[in-house]
Design a protein around this ligand. Structure first.
Ligand code: SAM
Ligand code: SF4
Length: 492
């Protein structure tokens, strides 16, 4: 029987969580996880369909895996997740060496599918029902809840966990493939979520991030009273051991005063909102079918800042959506300039076959214009990030220490001597290797942590500090990172 698996993940936090769950199932079934495909008996690609680029990456990876499979025909290749749901026939046509095609609604079946594939008899395909043309209740049942308990060792940072509270989406924004590949919106029962977080806390987890495509529309109606996100946060707040709660991604339409009050009044809930605007032009928002105007988005921002002063807000934007004029783009730039987001994630529009936008509108903005608009918007946001981090200088903030930073891990791999400090000019957060410019003392390494409003902070400390919440005095502030020193009575 195959015993070693390699799992590669593309895409959003939902996919990262799915991969964690899949890995823990396989580890529980006696498999060993390996760091590359060359030693693996089973190679799994957990895929994303939100943009074409993510799909291209998977087809390239499948091309490279063909050579490996030619050398080792017993190797099993599985394509999991959103692409599997969307393009099952296309995957087998373009990559006939694939053995398993498994949609995101049936991930619990992976161990048995691997056994079936090892027994031979051609590719095994397991996907949920198509949303169009099937009754909703039947489609819902074909997207199965998969939230097995997983040990902390399966998480990159054992003290932090993601917890799915909802599946799917009913919004059908015209550009978006998610409702088709992740199925109808379904909220998990609150009692089940509370139990999951309690078990995570018992295992030492201190921070839970609640996940949903429109997480603030969470609504559990299965019990005697309806539980909304505000109620769920209050229930999770009671769990001993949990010290921080976050939730992503919010939709502007469901940002109720009740939820804002809960964030304000529950000290464990981070004052942090990821609430994508997508565009600053009403004409574009309407074509995107986002369900709000830019005036309503601005009013929502004002309410967030009114209820939760000092809250950090982040956003997503799509540039170059069908028919986006220079004037539309100017209005988006204006919104980014005035909203002072903690950060914005900016994407070039990518037409997705099967969506309303692909059917109704022409993808008429050239790649060059999309790139220019993307860069211009990034420049506005980057300048704001740099400016808005400066007031942190000299302040003492609480951070949750996640563990050794990438620089530390790289050092450990290469040995100190091989390392040379090359500070990067404008790092975009934790993805970038950056040396701490502050002096290091004996026995310490560079650690990465986050403030309650999700700002990245580097400190020098001992690896055992991972999982602790520590006061840190900020001594340097770049656009995407703060550098600090653990506050003691002397330097507070
Ligand atoms: N549910 C979240 C929301 O409504 O804000 C977003 C989920 S989506 C996986 C993450 C981001 O990808 C979106 O906010 C949007 O900016 C971007 N996105 C989605 N479809 C896209 C497309 N066809 N082209 C470019 N970006 C896209
Ligand atoms: Fe996609 Fe819109 Fe649903 Fe977000 S709310 S997942 S962008 S359809």
């Amino acid at each position: 029987m195959p015993r070693r698996f390699y799992l590669q993940t593309v895409g959003c936090q939902m996919n990262v969580l799915d991969s964690e769950l899949v890995a823990s199932e396989l580890l529980g079934a006696g498999y060993e996880q390996v760091a590359g495909p060359s030693r693996a008996d089973v190679v799994l690609l957990n895929t994303c369909s939100v943009r074409q680029h993510a799909e291209d990456k998977i087809y390239s990876a499948l091309g490279r895996l063909k050579e490996l499979k030619d050398q080792r025909p017993a190797m099993i290749i599985g394509v999991l997740g959103c692409m599997a749901q969307k393009d099952r026939h296309e995957i087998l046509r373009r990559a006939p060496h694939v053995d398993i095609v498994l949609g995101p609604g049936w991930l619990d079946r992976l161990p048995s599918l691997i056994e079936d594939a090892a027994a031979g008899g051609g590719p095994k395909v397991e996907v949920s029902l198509d949303r169009l043309g099937n009754p909703r209740a039947k489609v819902e049942r074909s997207f199965v809840t998969f939230s097995p308990h997983r040990p902390p060792t399966t998480r990159p940072i054992p003290h932090q966990a993601m917890v799915r509270i909802m599946f799917g989406c009913d919004n059908f924004c015209t550009y978006c493939i998610v409702p088709l590949v992740r199925g109808p919106e379904q909220s998990r029962p609150a009692a089940e979520i509370v139990e999951e977080v309690r078990r995570l806390a018992d295992d030492g987890c201190v921070e839970a991030t609640l996940l949903g495509q429109t997480v603030n529309s969470y609504r559990d109606t299965s019990g005697s009273r309806t539980v909304e996100l505000a109620d769920l946060l209050a229930m999770l707040h009671e769990i001993k051991g949990i010290r921080r709660l976050k939730f992503v991604t919010s939709h502007p339409r469901y940002m109720t005063d009740r939820l804002l009050t809960a964030v304000r009044d529950l000290p464990k809930v981070s004052p942090y909102f990821h609430v994508p605007a997508q565009s600053g032009s009403n004409a574009v928002l309407q074509r995107m079918k986002r369900g709000y105007t830019v005036e309503e988005y601005r009013a929502m921002l004002a309410r967030i800042r009114d209820f939760v002063p000092g809250a950090a807000v982040t956003s997503d934007f799509i540039v170059g959506f069908c028919g986006e004029t220079e004037e539309d783009f100017r209005q988006t730039s204006e919104l980014v300039g005035e909203a002072r987001f903690k950060n914005s994630f900016i994407f070039k529009y990518s037409g997705r076959p099967g969506t309303k936008a692909a059917e109704l509108f022409e993808d008429d903005i050239s790649e060059a214009v999309k790139r220019r608009r993307n860069n211009e918007l990034l420049a506005i946001q980057d300048a704001i990030c740099l400016e808005d981090n400066q007031p942190f200088l000299g302040r003492t903030v609480e951070i949750l220490v996640e563990g050794p930073s990438k620089v530390t891990k790289k050092r450990a791999k290469q040995g100190e001597a091989a390392e040379s400090p090359h500070p990067s000019p404008l790092p975009r957060g934790e993805g970038t290797l950056i040396e701490n410019p502050l002096p290091r003392s004996e026995g310490t390494v560079q650690l990465i942590g986050r403030t309650t409003c999700d700002r990245i902070v580097f400190i020098e400390g001992r690896p055992e500090m991972a999982g602790q919440i520590l006061p840190v005095t900020i001594e340097r502030a770049d656009a995407f990172t703060l550098f600090g020193k653990i506050a003691t009575e002397d330097n507070k």
